[in-house]
Ligand binder design. Structure first.
Ligand code: HEC
Length: 137
């Protein structure tokens, strides 16, 4: 009898601990956190926009915005997809590097370069709300 009560009590305490952990995890950020995260995100988007309109990624004075004003014809929502230029299924950042290398005659960025993340952030921000369509041509 006592064993059963102790067993039941242990079970209830275990459940409470699990529930407590889950609740704490779900509530771990405040309105101020959200604001800060949004501001940091937008500052990266703005950095991407600045790179987009500047010739600094290349060597021939050409900027992304000359062929893709406001990220036109970049279709980030279709990646990953097969691209003929590279002959395989690639991520958006591979295509960004292809354009840095070819039209801009620049040096490709490391895939985790903060400039690459900023370019991606800018392109995705301009296309926000567009339905995801990976693989689409
Ligand atoms: C001289 C014109 C030109 C410039 C400048 C240029 N691009 Fe492109 N871009 C192209 C062409 C051409 C394609 C290939 C279109 C295709 O095959 O989908 C392309 C494709 C892309 C795509 C993929 C589009 C798709 O539909 O899949 C992305 C992303 C992209 N460019 C990003 C950039 C970035 C970033 C820069 C600046 C570093 C840049 N482009 C500069 C001409 C240009």
């Amino acid at each position: 009898m006592l064993g059963r009560i102790v067993g039941a009590a242990f079970f209830v305490v275990t459940l409470a601990v699990i529930a407590g952990t889950l609740t704490v995890r779900a509530d771990e950020f405040t309105k101020e956190d959200l604001e800060r995260w949004q501001n940091e995100y937008m500052s990266v988007v703005e950095k991407g926009r600045a790179l987009w309109v500047s010739p600094e990624l290349g060597t021939n004075g050409v900027a992304c915005a000359q062929c893709h004003p406001n990220a036109a014809n970049t279709h980030p929502e279709t990646y990953p997809k097969f691209q003929q230029q590279l002959g395989r299924v690639i991520a958006l950042r591979d295509m960004i590097n292809w354009c840095i290398l070819n039209p801009l005659e620049g040096a490709p960025l490391a895939l985790d370069d903060p400039d690459m993340i900023a370019l991606e952030a800018y392109v995705m921000y301009e296309r926000r709300g567009v339905e995801l369509a990976p693989g689409k041509h």
